[in-house]
Design a binder for this molecule. Sequence first.
Ligand SMILES: NC(=O)C1=CN([C@@H]2O[C@H](COP(=O)(O)OP(=O)(O)OC[C@H]3O[C@@H](n4cnc5c(N)ncnc54)[C@H](OP(=O)(O)O)[C@@H]3O)[C@@H](O)[C@H]2O)C=CC1
Ligand SMILES: CC(C)CCC[C@@H](C)[C@H]1CC[C@H]2C3=C(CC[C@]12C)[C@@]1(C)CCC(=O)C[C@@H]1CC3
Length: 329
Amino acid sequence: MRKVVVITGANSGIGLALCERLLSKDDQIHLCLACRNLQRAENARTALMTSHPSADIGIVQIDVGSIKSVLRGAKELRERYKRIDYLYLNAGIMPNPRISFKALITGLFSSKVISMFATGEGLLTQEDKVTEDGLQEVFETNIFGHFMLIREIEPVLCHADGPSQLIWTSSSNARRSAFSLTDYQHVNGQESYSSSKYAMDLLSVALNKHYNQQGMFSSVVCPGFVLTNLAYGILPQFIWMFIMPIMWLVRLLTNTFTLSPYNGAEALLWLFGRKVESLDSLVKYHSCTSGLGNNYVQSSKMDLEEESSDLFYQKILDLEKEVRKKTNP
Ligand SMILES: NC(=O)C1=CN([C@@H]2O[C@H](COP(=O)(O)OP(=O)(O)OC[C@H]3O[C@@H](n4cnc5c(N)ncnc54)[C@H](OP(=O)(O)O)[C@@H]3O)[C@@H](O)[C@H]2O)C=CC1
Ligand SMILES: CC(C)CCC[C@@H](C)[C@H]1CC[C@H]2C3=C(CC[C@]12C)[C@@]1(C)CCC(=O)C[C@@H]1CC3
């Protein structure tokens, strides 16, 4: 039977590169592009069909920043598929990013220069806003919408006849100090992206604890720094192209400058087909590119305590209840 692979945010960047690479690895899969914009999803399907003419590709409209859309999209997935083998939780935003050039210049002359390039720590702030659902946009898009999607399609993800995998696109920018259990949506602060990506680590650990016995396994990936629409929101594309030689030099310092979506998708692809017994819930998988341009996957321990993961899980379950009450009074 064909493996069913659903990917959110599949129409561009890392998501689209992952689709290309999955089809090259296994052309027998059924790929489902879960995107908010149908025209962009159609364009992506056309591009994928050009390189893989016999590919089996479906589309489902899901805006993970809208509860209504997630519920509608999830219903469609439940009706369409008996089982989903892989769910890549990849869609993500970093709205209104601002670089602190002062921090960048200071960082260049400090001992933290390598970690600054690897994680972007201290260099970026964002401006978040409240959605129609009354949630912080970055939290809802990057985390909560995806969580609701998982909960809604649980019946097709959890089965006795073989495991299913959840694979989150997190970030090296995920930082414990940007996250607070008392402000898990990051209402107060300007590092909503970093906070949401840290929350992803906490959630993945909790999901493993609650769902492994039901056959569902969750992993977290860091794709490195990749030049995609997300990066073009930080600096215009022509500037990135102009400083490309500098970025290749930075690659000599840190293997996290993967730069191309193809390279960034390395660890996401590596997890496809991996035996779930070999995965460690407390580990993140990093896409890495060497100075010579070779790709490989590296793992690192997550910076968290299981107790925080449990507490966050309880909070997200409470929020789910509240949101469901509002949606179906
Ligand atoms: N680029 C980088 O350096 C890094 C990126 N990441 C993560 O990788 C993931 C993919 O981003 P990347 O490929 O870089 O950037 P892109 O902007 O190219 O891709 C983001 C994808 O997410 C989709 N998306 C955004 N908001 C929503 C929404 N509300 N509902 C459904 N889909 C949505 C976008 O759709 P649309 O085209 O309609 O906007 C797009 O397909 C993100 O989670 C990002 O945080 C992690 C580490 C580094
Ligand atoms: C000369 C150039 C190399 C200078 C670029 C400086 C910064 C704009 C970048 C250095 C590290 C980058 C980075 C990200 C954004 C751009 C940088 C801060 C991310 C935060 C983008 C989104 C992520 O998920 C992680 C990235 C880490 C590295």
